[in-house]
Design a protein around this ligand. Structure first.
Ligand SMILES: [Zn+2]
Length: 601
C-alpha cells in the first residue's frame, strides 16, 4: 500500500501523458489526415478536451511543479508536431490554435509554479511558528540548569531533534513521510536513552556558566578530577522496613535524659535539628545519632548485633573523626540526620530494605571519618602518604571507606559479622559508591548523571539497585552540603566553620610556600562573595535537581532556604565590598565554636 501511495504521482503523470497523447492524435482534423479520411464527422475535436484535462491535472498534482512541467512539455511538443504536420485545416487556423494552446498551457505552468511556492510558504510558516514556541520552552529549560555535562548536552540535542521532527511531521500531509519521521523519533529516543544510561564521565562545560574568575578558579581546583566508580549486578532487594515505626521514648533509658529523647525524635524529621545541642548535652554526636537510628530501625535485632559491639563500633567511628573546624564528628552526625530527612520524607523509604538502610546509616555517619581538614588536592600537591596510597584518586573518600572496614575488622567491632554474604557484598557496594560520590571533584559528573536520569529521561527505577544507589548517593551529596539549605542562623554557623578550615589550609600552604588555594587566604578572601559563589554554582544546581525529582514540599522548602541564603550573602557582599572586616568579623564569631570545625562537604 505504502509502495502504491509513494508511486501514485508517477502513475498519475503517466496516465496524463497517455490521455493527452490520445486526445492529440485522435483529434478529428489530425486523424482524418493520418487515416486519409474525407470527413471529420467520425472523430471528435479534441483540443478543448486536451486543454481541460491538462487544467484538471494541474489541480491533481498541485504541489509538484516538476511533474506538471513534464506533462505540459510532452503534450505541447506532441500537439505542435501533430497539428502542424497532420492537421487538415489551413495554416492560419493551425497557427492560431497552436498559439492559443501554448499561451493557455504556459499560463497553467505559471499557476502551478505559484501554487507550489504557496504550499511551501504555508509549510515553512507553520513549521517556524511551532519552532518558535518550542524554542521558548527550550530556553526556559536551559536557564534552569547552570551547568551541564557533555552527557546532558547530548541528551538536550536529542530532545531538540525530536521536537524539530515532531513539528515538521505536523506540517507534512503525506502519511508515508510522517511514518518515516515517527521512526526517526523513536531512533533518536533510543539514542537519548543510551546516552543517559551510559555513565559517560564527560568533562563539564564550566566556562559558559561561571563569569566570576575567582569562582571559576575555585571550581577548577576543587570540583574537577578523574572519575572513579564501580559497577556490578547484585540481587534485587525484596523486603522493606517501615521507617520510624518504633516509639523513640524508650530508646535511651540509660541516658536518663527525657529532654534528649524528645530532641532525638527530630532526627530525620525536623530539618533544623540542632546537632550541637546533642553534642553539648551528651559529649557525643555520632554515637548518640547512631544508637538512635539502629534502635529506630530495629537493626540490632535484625542483624544480631550485640550491644557491646555496636557501642564499640560507634565510639570508634566518633573517635576517628578529627577535631577539625568543620570536618568533625558533628558534621558526620548532621549529614546523617540530613540524609535521614531526605529518605524519610520522600518515596525512597519505601524502597529500602534493612541491609540498604544499614548501609545508608554507616555511609552517613562515617562519610568524612579521618578527614585531615585539608582537601584532596592539597594532599596530592604535597605528596601526602594518603595521596600515594590511593593513587591521587578520590584520596579522602577512599580513605573514609577504608577506615570504615578497618574498624569493622578490629576485634569486637564487627557489626556486620552475622550479615549474610550477599547482603554483606551489597552493603559494601552501597557504602563505597555513596561515599565515593561525596568526592566534590566528581560533583558535576554525578549531578549530570542524576539530572539526566531523574529530570530529563525521568526513568529512574528504585526497584533497580544501581538506580537506587544513584539516588542514595545524590541524597548523601545533598546531605553533605545540607548546611547551605538550612535556616540562615545554622547556615552562618556552618559557613564560619568551613571558612576557618579553608583558612587553616591556606596558612599551611603559606608555610610550605605553596600557592594559596582559592578562597583559602584569610587576608584576602571575601567571605560573602565566596559563599555566594559556592551556593549558586555548586549547591543550587544540585538542590534544584533534587527538588525537581522529588516534587515534595519537604524538599522544596530546603531549596527555598538555600535561595534565601544566597540572597543573604549577595546582600552582605553588596553591603561590604571591603574584604578585611568580613574576615575579622567571621573569625571573631568563631571564638566560641572552636570545639567544632570544618569544609564544605
Ligand atoms: Zn562531609
Amino acid at each position: 500500500m505504502r509502495y502504491l501511495i509513494f508511486f501514485s504521482k508517477n502513475v498519475f503523470t503517466l496516465f496524463a501523458i497517455l490521455v493527452n497523447t490520445y486526445l492529440i492524435i485522435c483529434d478529428g482534423k489530425v486523424l482524418s489526415t493520418l487515416l486519409s479520411l474525407n470527413s471529420q464527422s467520425e472523430t471528435l475535436p479534441h483540443t478543448l478536451i486536451f486543454i481541460s484535462f491538462t487544467t484538471v491535472m494541474r489541480n491533481v498534482i498541485f504541489d509538484d511543479f516538476i511533474q506538471y512541467l513534464i506533462i505540459v512539455l510532452y503534450s505541447v511538443t506532441l500537439f505542435l508536431i501533430f497539428n502542424l504536420t497532420f492537421s487538415d485545416i489551413n495554416l492560419y487556423c493551425k497557427l492560431c490554435e497552436c498559439i492559443i494552446v501554448i499561451i493557455f498551457l504556459l499560463y497553467q505552468l505559471i499557476e502551478s509554479h505559484i501554487n507550489c511556492l504557496r504550499s511551501k510558504i504555508i509549510f515553512w510558516r507553520k513549521f517556524s511558528e511551532e519552532q518558535v514556541e518550542s524554542n521558548d520552552v527550550d530556553i526556559e529549560k536551559n536557564l534552569s540548569s547552570q551547568f551541564e555535562t557533555e552527557t546532558e548536552h547530548l541528551i538536550f540535542i536529542c530532545e531538540k531533534i525530536k521536537n524539530d521532527i515532531k513539528q515538521a511531521s505536523k506540517a507534512i500531509i503525506y502519511k508515508d513521510i510522517k511514518l518515516r519521521l515517527k521512526e526517526s523519533i523513536s531512533d533518536v529516543m533510543r539514542i537519548k536513552k543510551l546516552i543517559g544510561h551510559g555513565n559517560i564521565g564527560a568533562p563539564v562545560i564550566i566556562e559558559n556558566h561561571v563569569k566570576d574568575e575567582e569562582d571559576r578558579e575555585f571550581i577548577e581546583q576543587n570540583y574537577r578530577e578523574i572519575s572513579h566508580s564501580s559497577n556490578g549486578e547484585y540481587k534485587k532487594s525484596t523486603t522493606f522496613i517501615n521507617l520510624f515505626d518504633h516509639k523513640s521514648s524508650t530508646l535511651f533509658p540509660d541516658y536518663g535524659l527525657q529532654q534528649l529523647s524528645s530532641v532525638l525524635e527530630g532526627i530525620g524529621k525536623n530539618w533544623s535539628f540542632d546537632i550541637w545541642f546533642v553534642q553539648e548535652t551528651t559529649g557525643s554526636s555520632i554515637g548518640i545519632v547512631g544508637q538512635y537510628l539502629f534502635a529506630k530501625f530495629n537493626l540490632k535485632k535484625r542483624f544480631k548485633i550485640s550491644e557491646d559491639v555496636l557501642d564499640r563500633y560507634l565510639n570508634s567511628l566518633e573517635s576517628h573523626y578529627r577535631d577539625n573546624p568543620y570536618h568533625n564528628a558533628c558534621h558526620g552526625a548532621d549529614v546523617m540526620h540530613n540524609l535521614m530527612y531526605f529518605v524519610s520524607s520522600t518515596d525512597i523509604q519505601k524502597f529500602l530494605n534493612p541491609i540498604e538502610t544499614l548501609a545508608c546509616i554507616i555511609s552517613g555517619l562515617a562519610h568524612d571519618i579521618g578527614h585531615p581538614g585539608v582537601t584532596s588536592r592539597y594532599l596530592i600537591q604535597t605528596r601526602d602518604p594518603l595521596a600515594i596510597q590511593f593513587n591521587d584518586i578520590s584520596v579522602l573518600e577512599n580513605m573514609h571507606c577504608a577506615i570504615i572496614y578497618q574498624l569493622l575488622n578490629k576485634a569486637g567491632h564487627n557489626i556486620l559479622e552475622k550479615v549474610e554474604a550477599d547482603d554483606w557484598t551489597l552493603c559494601r557496594k552501597i557504602i563505597i559508591e555513596m561515599i565515593l560520590a561525596t568526592d566534590m571533584a566528581k560533583h558535576f559528573e554525578i549531578l549530570g548523571r542524576f539530572r539526566a536520569r531523574a529530570c530529563t529521561l525521568c526513568d529512574l527505577n528504585l526497584d533497580k539497585i544501581d538506580d537506587k544507589i544513584l539516588v542514595l548517593a545524590t541524597g548523601l551529596k545533598c546531605a553533605d552540603i545540607g548546611h547551605s539549605a538550612k535556616y540562615n542562623y545554622l547556615h552562618q554557623k556552618w559557613s564560619g566553620m568551613v571558612m576557618e578550615e579553608f583558612f587553616k589550609q591556606g596558612d599551611l600552604e603559606k608555610s610550605k610556600k605553596l600557592p594559596v588555594s582559592m578562597y583559602c587566604d584569610r587576608i584576602t578572601t571575601n567571605i560573602p562573595k565566596s559563599q555566594a559563589g559556592f551556593l549558586k554554582n555548586i549547591c543550587l544546581p544540585l538542590y534544584d535537581a533534587w527538588a525537581k525529582y522529588h516534587s515534595m514540599e519537604a524538599i522544596t522548602k530546603t531549596l527555598e532556604e538555600l535561595r534565601k541564603n544566597i540572597e543573604y550573602w549577595d546582600l552582605n557582599y553588596g553591603n561590604r565590598r571591603s574584604t578585611q572586616p568580613a574576615v575579622t568579623d567571621n573569625v571573631a564569631s568563631l571564638k566560641h565554636q572552636e570545639s567544632y570545625g570544618g569544609s564544605h562537604a
